[in-house]
Design a protein around this ligand. Structure first.
Ligand code: GLC
Ligand code: MG
Length: 533
């Protein structure tokens, strides 16, 4: 598949290696039927926006049949579309239209757990202890009336729920998301079929949810918890902004057996074609453990959350770049970079919000887009959207409902497309979206920003257009340059990128300025990045 403006060199099937992938959070992108919830026909109708933005692919969060307790990450039927989002033919139409526009389509696969409304889990409850139906999940007894071990759910509270007959089942996330037992051969067999089902419908790849989960240490032993700290299941903390970078005892994550699954999936993808890919969501503890997921016979990419977690400092960014490149180079995978997604606080807000937060967000984005490998961008970041402080009565994230902490609703507010008041063209008519949009978004719509050459949207379009000229040809080597402790600078092929994380303006190195993230006048102001040639 090659579109007119496809920068991928002829004869290469590994399109993802230097792709820019745009994450669509299906509920919040575009609503076609006026029920206030985004849907597949809504996405299809807005694909020209993505083509015009200049991305190479889109990744769509789960749209399968689901009771929506975790907004689709609780799948009841992996082979069908939830009526909220449309039907199977809408998925086919979306893929076909995307391909016409030269966009690849990556769909989300949720293999760690099912919904409690999946037919397997309903059968497991009905069949009772010791049954083969229960053996697809992790049901255990407990002697003392307490949960079988001390693990906590990522969303807060114990990772176990007791059923009527006294047994407990494990759920690393919400109690409506029972974890599967991947040591049971029925489980991998089912997911290979699901992969084939979507490959047959023409999708180009998969984003693998909780890819480091799947296997737990077989004994399901207690997690060793440092004194004074609570047991936790790692991943994001309950405020969904940070993970602790201290190495922890994690018997629930990143077990060696998981890699056999990805070797098998690699073969399934290969059978479907050389241009099929998979990207892992794996909140592993080190760059090396991340790289294990992208060995040549496993998955193709893994999200690099270290980039998103780095503090605003040249040194921190440089360290992540060095560690990432060193980790993926030996396995031959391409690195990835990401600043925002549907689970974390939007990066404008993480960087302090307001004018400074936006300046930093644009600068970090420009820096990211200069690096070799793929960049994953999250819907709305091209508009410079901030995290929204969603009123408690409007919050729906199970993490909030389980813990009372802010949760992830604030990065999931529906996109403002046009017009002066909510729903800003998100859907037809005046139906308000499932999470209210703030009044300040009137000036941030796609329509308003398209008309303004200095808007964040215009900046993203410029950056992505320029990037297409060098993404593949500039090579994979990055040479860090020393321009002082506050400055991150590197050369990649003909391109030099400079980011000023300090408080004072710095001199620019020689070269023609191709693009800047903000005003540049002789010197490079703080919180600003440039590309030079
Ligand atoms: C992943 C998803 C997140 C979801 C969780 C459980 O981390 O990104 O949104 O809640 O998995 O499936
Ligand atoms: Mg809808």
């Amino acid at each position: 598949m090659a579109a007119l403006n496809d920068p991928i060199p002829a004869g290469r099937d590994d399109w993802w290696r230097h792709a820019v992938v745009y994450q669509v959070y299906v509920r919040s992108f575009a609503d076609s039927d006026g029920d206030g919830v985004g849907d597949l026909p809504g996405i299809t109708s807005r694909l020209p926006h993505l083509a015009g933005l200049g991305v190479d692919a889109l990744w769509i969060t789960p749209f399968y049949t689901s009771p929506q307790h975790d907004h689709g990450y609780d799948v009841a039927d992996y082979r069908d579309v939830d009526p909220l989002f449309g039907q199977l033919s809408d998925a086919d139409d979306l893929v076909a239209r995307a391909h016409e526009l030269g966009l690849r389509v990556v769909v989300d696969l949720v293999p760690n757990h099912t919904s409690d409304e999946h037919e397997w889990f309903k059968a497991a409850l009905a069949a009772g202890p010791g049954s083969p139906e229960r053996a697809r999940y992790l049901f255990r007894d407990s002697e003392d009336g307490n949960p079988p071990n001390n693990w906590e759910s990522v969303f807060g509270g114990p990772a176990w729920t007791q059923v009527e007959d006294g047994q407990w089942y494990l759920h690393l996330f919400d109690s409506t998301q029972p974890d599967l037992d991947w040591r049971n051969p029925e489980v991998p067999a089912m997911f290979e079929d699901v992969l084939r089902f979507w490959l047959d419908r023409g999708v180009d790849g998969f984003r693998v949810d909780v890819a480091h989960g799947l296997f737990k240490e077989a004994s399901l032993r207690d997690q060793v918890v440092e004194e004074g700290k609570r047991a936790s299941s790692g991943q994001v903390n309950t405020d969904h902004s940070m993970v602790s970078l201290d190495l922890k005892d994690e018997p629930m994550w990143d077990q060696p057996e998981v890699h056999d699954v990805y070797r098998a999936w690699h073969r399934v993808l290969d059978e479907a074609g050389p241009d099929k890919m998979a990207v892992a969501e794996a909140w592993t503890q080190t760059a090396e453990s991340m790289a294990a997921f992208v060995r040549p016979d496993e998955l193709d990419q893994a999200f690099n959350f270290a980039w998103l977690l780095a503090d605003w400092s040249a040194e921190a960014f440089a360290r992540v770049i060095t560690d990432t490149l060193a980790a993926v180079e030996p396995v031959g995978a391409s690195p990835t970079w990401v600043l925002s997604n549907h689970d974390v606080v939007r990066h404008v807000t993480r960087y302090g919000g307001g004018e400074q937060g936006l300046a930093r967000a644009r600068a970090a984005t420009l820096t990211m887009l200069a690096l070799p490998g793929s960049s994953y961008i999250y819907q709305g970041e091209e508009l410079g959207l901030e995290q929204v402080d969603v009123a408690p009565e409007d919050r729906q994230d199970p993490a909030y409902l389980r813990t009372g902490e802010a949760g992830r609703d604030g990065c999931r507010v529906p996109i403002p497309w046009s017009g002066a008041q909510a729903p800003y063209g998100f859907g037809p008519g005046t139906t308000q979206p499932w999470i209210p949009q703030p009044a300040e978004w009137a000036t941030l719509t796609v329509e308003a920003q398209s008309a303004d050459p200095s808007s964040t949207l215009s900046f993203y379009r410029d950056a992505l257009r320029l990037r297409r000229d060098f993404a593949w040809s500039a090579g994979e080597d990055v040479e860090l340059l020393d321009l002082g402790a506050d400055v991150l600078a590197f050369r990649r092929g003909p391109l030099t990128a400079v980011l000023n994380c300090g408080d004072a303006p710095v001199a620019l190195p020689e070269g023609e300025v191709l693009l800047a993230s903000g005003p540049v006048d002789g010197k490079l102001p703080s919180d600003t990045a440039v590309w030079l040639r």
